[in-house]
Design a protein around this ligand. Structure first.
Ligand code: SF4
Length: 375
């Protein structure tokens, strides 16, 4: 299986997402959360992209923005070259023209971009049996489909994902299913729309470790069958590696709202270039050997800055062990430094950059502590 290129299915161009939140501790006023900052990313047909980063790095917000659930504050999100939010406005604006001028309607786009959540139990309606849960979207989006055809389609899917006999599973309520079975139902529900892209938001994190590989194998098998792309959100580099390596996909590393490195799993896991990618690898013992006696993470400071007040220049400069004065004031662009398709946002990839003449920043803390988790 390999990703094919051509025109992207989904394009994010200079996307930023900001929220306003009330100040805590009784302080008056509000502050801006810079959840996602200036991210550009293309996802192609039959592609797999895994976004990895610490909790709060903006990866879930970026995923939701990619599928049109979250509106970007700046930048554009396009489905097959058509602006998603312009399409939504044209479909539901005050002038209510009832449709978009583009090739794809809002309904086309909603069907094409699906999501499976971390907790399928809460995403599936507990009052309905499996057959009703799966019939509902088919009735809504394919009203001409006969009941017999709907049932045949649903039963076929249930058996395909190993939930046989289908008649038995079709009559069960979500609470009568295991976590893995619930996630399979969520996956079927997404696939029934013949989507071009499925956002998997920590989709396997709640499963037992033994079930994760099984679920990832199923995701990949179904991707091949249905020619679907995945945008996979994970805090776990090991899972991201497993999925992307088998699918010929890419891993994107996010830090404090920014995409700081993106490349193949071989590039990211075996030859990381961005200092933050090295921190994540350090914290992921099942894909990285820290070496004998290495107990401290490769960071200069353990304090993670707030998304309400991100550092100037390179956002990682307050923690980066390689940081120099230049990094305080100048923001590195995400770019290809080696001509190998990997893109990294770090001056160290540029031989002639003023960074190399700049003064190294002092170490701020040496207290050993796990900076980022990976289970
Ligand atoms: S630009 Fe500077 S602070 Fe940022 S990752 Fe590179 S070396 Fe570290």
């Amino acid at each position: 299986m390999s990703s094919t290129r051509g025109e992207p299915v989904l394009s994010l161009e200079n996307v930023s997402v900001e929220f306003t939140k009330e100040r805590l501790m009784g302080l008056a006023g509000s502050e801006t959360v810079h959840a996602v900052s200036d991210v550009s990313l293309d996802i192609y047909e039959n592609d797999v992209v895994a976004l990895v980063g610490e909790s709060g790095c903006g990866k879930t917000t970026l995923g939701k923005t990619a599928i049109g659930v979250q509106r970007p504050t700046r930048g554009t999100v396009s489905y097959r070259g058509q602006d998603i939010w312009e399409t939504k406005e044209e479909s539901s604006g005050w002038f209510n023209r009832g449709g978009s001028d583009g090739e794809y309607s809002e309904t086309d786009i909603r069907k094409a971009l699906q999501i499976i959540h971390q907790d399928p139990g809460s995403a599936l309606n507990s009052n309905y049996v499996v057959e009703s849960i799966l019939s509902d979207p088919l009735k809504r989006w394919n009203p001409d489909m006969s009941e017999a055809d709907r049932r045949e389609r649903i039963y076929g899917f249930l058996e395909y994902v190993g939930m046989a006999p289908a008649e038995d599973y079709a009559e069960r309520y979500p609470h009568q299913l295991s976590g893995g079975e619930q996630q399979r139902i969520a996956l079927i529900r997404a696939l029934l729309m013949n989507p071009d892209l499925i956002l998997g938001d920590e989709a396997i994190s709640a499963l037992d470790v033994s079930l994760r590989v099984e679920m990832m194998d199923l995701l990949l098998e179904l991707q091949d069958q249905f020619n679907t792309s995945y945008l996979f959100i994970s805090h776990n580099l090991a899972n991201a590696k497993y999925l992307t390596q088998r699918a010929g996909g890419r891993i994107g590393i996010m830090y404090l709202g920014e995409l700081v490195e993106i490349g193949t799993p071989e590039q990211i896991i075996h030859n990381p270039q961005h200092p933050y990618t090295k921190v994540l690898l350090w914290a992921t013992s099942d894909v990285h050997n820290r070496g004998e006696g290495v107990t401290t993470p490769p960071v200069r400071s353990l304090d993670i800055p707030e998304a309400t007040d991100p550092p100037s220049g390179c956002r990682f400069h307050t923690r980066c062990p390689e940081a120099r004065e230049t990094c305080r004031n100048t923001k590195p662009a995400l770019k290809d430094h080696d001509g190998d398709s990997r893109r990294t946002a770090c001056f160290r990839g540029e031989d002639q950059h003023e960074y190399w003449q700049s003064t190294p920043l002092e170490e701020e803390s040496t207290v050993p502590q796990q900076p980022a988790q990976s289970d």
